[in-house]
Design a protein around this ligand. Structure first.
Ligand SMILES: [Zn+2]
Ligand SMILES: [Zn+2]
Length: 321
């Protein structure tokens, strides 16, 4: 049996000094990035208000909700299977079309371009809940105010701080991947497509501008915001609430309430114990749709070298040799 506990958080995973940016961001760059983040965080709140006003008493068409669900599932798998389990932790090997498809789908979640996303997440695993972690909810004080401040920082407050994660240190492998670099460059376009596509499909399906606008709001803006808050909740809630059946050096937790909407990524305590595992929900009754999709990719021949953990004779989780 192989112990197979190697932490695939990236080539520099075991180097602890806190990373320094090669060049601090200029003031104008910081203003631009904070403005975009502010629109992404606050915009959906305005959209919810508009949705309530526009559709109160009318209801929402079933086809619009189906469209929203479809966009949610595709972009969420892009993040959980693509950005997270494939690109960050190399839980499996994907053929070229699948790599590109997952990079595009994850980019359309508009959580940042793939290479920066991966670099920040690898950094999170290296410094988890210690100085250097970009989004730990801990270290803001033990009183209620400090805990709330920490949760806000881990959820979305950290997005407003200057990005100091050097991609050359945390994601050199992806910087050498031409396809990933191309998708990375196309991120602003893909973010626009993520909103324009629901609008266009809504128009096609309904044949009306009202139908197109409804699809833009529900399958575009609100779908995007819902996934943002689910991903951010894994960063905040899954380091504060829930169960810790596995021993880790951080305070990561398994949070069953988020398992379905996070497509299995809220089994975060096991994930921190074995970051390279393709399946995060390894205990009985733990639903993990992302692992199920990886299994489908494996059976279809698109994915190979999948790191499936199983229990050995002593009951310990390991990857069979
Ligand atoms: Zn974590
Ligand atoms: Zn991870």
């Amino acid at each position: 049996m192989s112990t197979a506990t190697a932490d695939r958080t990236g080539p520099s995973a075991s180097i602890p000094p806190t990373p320094q940016p090669s060049e601090p961001p200029s003031r104008s760059a910081l203003v631009v990035s904070r403005t975009i983040t502010g629109i992404l965080v606050g915009g959906p709140v305005v959209a919810i208000g508009a949705a309530v006003l526009l559709w109160s008493g009318h209801g929402v068409e079933v086809r619009t909700l189906v469209l929203a669900l479809a966009f949610y599932v595709v972009t969420a798998f892009g993040v959980t299977v693509g950005f997270h389990r494939l690109f960050t932790h190399r839980s499996f090997t994907a053929n070229r079309p699948l790599r590109i498809a997952l990079a595009v789908a994850g980019s359309m979640a508009v959580e940042g371009a793939p290479i920066g996303w991966v670099a920040n997440h690898r950094r999170h695993h290296v410094y988890s809940d210690r100085p250097g972690d970009p989004h730990s909810p801990h270290g803001f004080g033990a009183d209620v105010r400090g805990q709330l401040l920490g949760l806000f920082h881990a959820h979305c407050g950290w997005l407003f701080t200057p990005d100091t994660t050097p991609t050359r240190r945390f994601a050199p492998d992806l910087l050498r991947d031409r396809d990933l670099v191309t998708v990375n460059r196309l991120f602003p376009l893909l973010a626009v497509v993520s909103l324009v596509a629901p609008f266009g499909l809504g128009w096609l399906l309904s044949g009306t501008l009202a139908g197109a606008l409804s699809a833009l709001v529900w399958a575009g803006v609100l779908r995007m915001a819902a996934l943002h808050h689910v991903t951010w909740s894994v960063n905040s809630l899954c380091h504060a609430f829930g169960k810790r059946p596995f021993t880790t050096k951080d305070r990561s937790t398994n949070l069953a309430a988020l398992a379905v909407v996070s497509l299995g990524d809220s089994w975060h305590n096991f994930h921190h114990a074995h970051p390279d595992a393709a399946r995060h929900g390894v205990l009985r009754h733990q639903i993990d749709p992302s692992a199920a999709l990886i299994r489908i990719f494996e059976r279809s021949g698109c994915a190979t070298n999948v790191r499936w953990y199983e229990r050995d004779r002593s009951g310990r989780l390991a990857i069979p040799a």
